[in-house]
Design a protein around this ligand. Sequence first.
Ligand code: AMP
Ligand code: MG
Length: 491
Amino acid sequence: MIEIKTNALAGWNLDNSYTALPEIFFRRMNPTPVRSPELVILNEPLAQELGLETSEMKSDANIAVLAGNRIPEGSDPIAQAYAGHQFGYFTMLGDGRALLLGEQITPAGKRFDIQLKGSGRTPFSRRGDGRATLGPMLREYIISEAMNALGIPSTRSLAVAKTGETVIREEEQPGAVLTRVAASHIRIGTFEFASQWGSEKELRSLADYTLQRHFPHAENEENRYLAFLQQVVQRQAALIAKWQLVGFIHGVMNTDNMALSGETIDYGPCAFMDTYDPDTVFSSIDTGGRYAYGRQPDIAVWNLARFAETLLPLLHEDQEWAVQLAQNAIQHFKKLFHDYWLSGMRAKLGIFGEEPEDVSLIEELLKLMHNYSADYTNTFRNLTLDTMTDSILFDSPEFARWYEAWQGRLNRQQKTESASRDLMRKSNPSIIPRNHRVEEALQAAVNQEDYSLMDKLLGVLSNPFAYSREQNAYAALPEPSACPYRTFCGT
Ligand code: AMP
Ligand code: MG
């Protein structure tokens, strides 16, 4: 593998702190070169944040990096080992088609993993080909960037490069490599791997590393591993509340897809809910509805329990006591989640301060939305814009009663109407990545090499709270279709 020495030009500033962990946690290896790398999209604002020079990133040498044909100076590429519970069943996994190039230290002194996804086979590939296809990598790019713009912690997408090779899925697809940027790729599954196959010393090394990287304040606590667990629980509660508030459905909340940094990771069959229904599932493989919208908080608790189990040897010498500490920490999720969710919902309704009846006011609206099959995002959008037309929900007498109660609530607070309106505009996105809009953009890109729809979509999604005129068309619902929307893992 040829190394490029263009640091001074491109701004690569890579460190490889993960490789200082015990060797069971990774395998050193290079990406598998591809036939003809071609850059299809580069995230210029993100490149700048990372300290990368955008014009230089489009040079042949750096396009080769983004496709896995070269590695930048300072890179020590590795495939990370991890395990995970997939749909409830424990299994060994690991980076089967991804490689960590290293950790970019930004001009602001922050550290971000730079990972190639689709970069070829690794010792963890099992029967997979190690490759990724263009459509799903562009989809991850769109949704992850939309999540970031919505203010939801997420991995980011720096670039997508075509490989010039075909990949066999149900049919032949153009191959592609996504460059993913993450606070780290340490997952619950990484700890499950350490707990199952590592020594206690190795587990402790991973815990200390993660603490130092993501929870430096916990290091000073009397029981640093308990503080670590508590902070992971808190970050997940905050994250899942944000998902629920925008109607995001992850789709595969397996423990290997839950990052300890608290970022949303692994955009496979995810999608945004349209019609409000807690049972909504888009993923074709989630036949039991395990990962339905309304189940996400409970699944987070289940996953956190798997995480807590891995920490038991570190939490206390007395294992019974350790179990007690872990249970208390996990039980706290429910309250944390509820508090984050409730304050988010109050903001969505322009409510300042707290009244005990707020919960029932919110629940009543959700119940009506469910009964009248109202669109989740657009209901809040219409309330924000005060344009309550064209929906059977808004025409119903139950809604009229709810509306009166809501107005009564707003009138009881000290804040002005315009302050409420401002709060609602900041809390209710005018647009989300609507499934039909995402599909339309992907089809044009993949089938016609026409990136104009995707560029426009990315443009409007980059400021979802703008309420701009050009966003109106993107808020519209699709024509009613015979088949419900389905997402697939076959990426
Ligand atoms: P995911 O469903 O993306 O969370 O992936 C689950 C596991 O399958 C991870 O270990 C991936 O690295 C692996 N994997 C997914 N697709 C491929 C592929 N095409 N080749 C090799 N491994 C893969
Ligand atoms: Mg995964």
